[in-house]
Write a protein that binds this ligand. Structure first.
Ligand code: SF4
Length: 356
C-alpha cells in the first residue's frame, strides 16, 4: 500500500493525568497554527479520557505498551501502523527515550521535543528548558509550538476540557444520581503516596457538615481501584456518601466532575481535571508546593498549612506525623466550601427566577 501524503499531526501525550491536562494549551496553539491538519494523540489508556475531553483532538490512539517496558518489537510494529496514517510532524511530550523512538521508527520527518534522555537524532527539532529556572508545565509544553530559538508565548490560555451535556446526563442516570440535586465530588486518593492524602476522618467530617446544611447534596467519592480502601473508610464513617472509586471509568468520573457544584481534592490528577473543567475547587496540599501547579478555576482555594518542613515532596511523611494534612481540619475546608455552595445556590435561584 502506498504511503499517504503526510498531513496529520501526532502528539505523544504525557503518562500522567495532570500533565496531560497541562498539555491542552499546546494542542490549542497547534490547532490555531495548523487548522487544516487533524491532530492525533497517542496516550496510555488511563489518560485517554482526558484527551477525549479536548476539543482540538481528532483521534485518540491508545498505546498497547506496558507501563515502563521497552518492548522494542511491539514498538516497531506500532510505528509501522503510525507510518500508514501519514504524519507531517510529531510532538513528543514524555522525556523518555522509548517514546522518542516511535516517530523515528514511523519515518515522521519533523520530530519535536525536549532533549530529555539525550535523544539526539531521534528528536530533530530540539528544545531546551532552563535547568536553573524550569518553566511551569503549561508554558513548558506550549513552547513546543514555537521554534526552539524563538520566544515562548508569554500569555497562554488556561487548560480547558469539555464534556457534552448529554454525556453528563447519561452518566448521572447510569449511576442513579439526580441532575437536580447538587453534586459535590471528593477525590481522596493520591497515587503519589500516603503523605499527600488528607485523612479519611476529615473527609468524613466534612461530608457530615455538608449534609447537615444541604441534606439534598450528593457527595461522590471518586478515584481508581487503588483508592478503594480510603473510600471504604470514609463510607464507614459517613454512610450517606456515594462510594464510586474504582466503580466508574475515568470518562464517567470526568463527566461527574463536570457536573459538580464543588470539588474537594488532594493534589492529584482529578484536581487538574476539575480545574480544566472550570469547576469550583478546593485543593488540599500537604507535602507538595501549593504554588507549583495551583488550580486555575474561576473559583478555587488552595489550602496548605505551609509548615516549616513543607514542601518535603516525600511519598511518606519522614517525620511520621503528617501534620501538614492531619492539622488541616475539616472546619478549615468547610468554611470556603460553604461560601462556594451558597454562591452556587444563589446562582441556581437566579436561573429559576428567569425561567419562571
Ligand atoms: S515532613 Fe512535613 S510536609 Fe512532609 S509529610 Fe511530614 S508533615 Fe508533611
Amino acid at each position: 500500500m502506498a504511503e499517504p501524503i503526510p498531513s496529520r499531526i501526532l502528539v505523544i501525550a504525557p503518562n500522567w493525568i495532570g500533565d496531560a491536562v497541562m498539555a491542552q494549551p499546546l494542542l490549542g496553539l497547534l490547532k490555531k497554527t495548523y487548522p487544516e491538519q487533524p491532530i492525533d494523540v497517542l496516550t496510555p489508556s488511563w489518560v485517554a479520557p482526558v484527551l477525549r475531553a479536548m476539543a482540538e483532538v481528532d483521534t485518540v490512539l491508545e498505546t498497547p505498551f506496558k507501563h515502563g517496558a521497552l518492548q522494542l518489537r511491539e514498538r516497531w510494529r506500532f510505528a509501522q501502523m503510525l507510518r500508514l496514517r501519514g504524519y507531517a510532524s510529531a510532538y513528543v511530550l514524555p522525556n523518555t527515550l522509548k517514546f522518542a523512538l516511535l516517530p523515528w521508527m514511523a519515518g515522521i520527518k519533523k520530530r519535536i521535543g525536549y532533549i530529555g534522555e539525550s535523544r539526539y537524532g531521534l528528536i530533530n527539532v530540539m528544545h531546551h528548558d532552563d535547568p536553573v529556572a524550569p518553566r511551569a508545565m503549561v508554558p513548558f509544553y506550549a513552547a513546543l509550538a514555537t521554534t526552539p530559538a524563538s520566544q515562548a508565548p508569554t500569555s497562554l490560555p488556561r487548560p480547558a476540557l469539555h464534556v457534552a451535556d448529554q454525556q453528563i446526563r447519561q452518566v448521572l442516570g447510569m449511576l442513579g444520581l439526580s441532575a437536580q440535586n447538587p453534586l459535590i465530588a471528593f477525590a481522596p486518593g493520591a497515587e503519589f503516596g500516603n503523605a499527600k492524602r488528607w485523612p479519611t476522618s476529615h473527609f468524613a467530617q466534612l461530608a457530615v457538615s455538608i449534609l447537615k446544611l444541604h441534606p439534598d447534596a450528593q457527595i461522590v467519592l471518586l478515584g481508581s481501584p487503588k483508592d478503594n480502601a480510603v473510600c471504604d473508610e470514609i463510607k464507614t464513617l459517613c454512610p450517606a456518601v456515594h462510594h464510586l472509586a474504582g466503580k466508574t471509568t475515568l470518562d464517567q468520573a470526568v463527566a461527574l466532575i463536570a457536573s459538580s457544584a464543588a470539588v474537594v481534592s488532594n493534589d492529584s490528577g482529578l484536581l487538574h481535571i476539575a480545574s480544566a473543567l472550570n469547576r469550583p475547587v478546593i485543593a488540599l496540599y500537604g507535602p507538595t508546593d501549593p504554588d507549583h501547579a495551583p488550580p486555575f478555576s474561576d473559583i478555587s482555594h488552595s489550602l496548605s498549612l505551609r509548615l516549616a518542613c513543607a514542601p518535603c515532596k516525600q511519598r511518606e511523611c519522614p517525620l511520621g506525623h503528617q501534620d501538614c494534612m492531619q492539622k488541616l481540619t475539616s472546619d478549615m475546608v468547610w468554611k470556603p466550601l460553604q461560601g462556594i455552595l451558597q454562591a452556587s445556590e444563589a446562582a441556581d435561584r437566579k436561573i429559576d427566577f428567569f425561567c419562571v
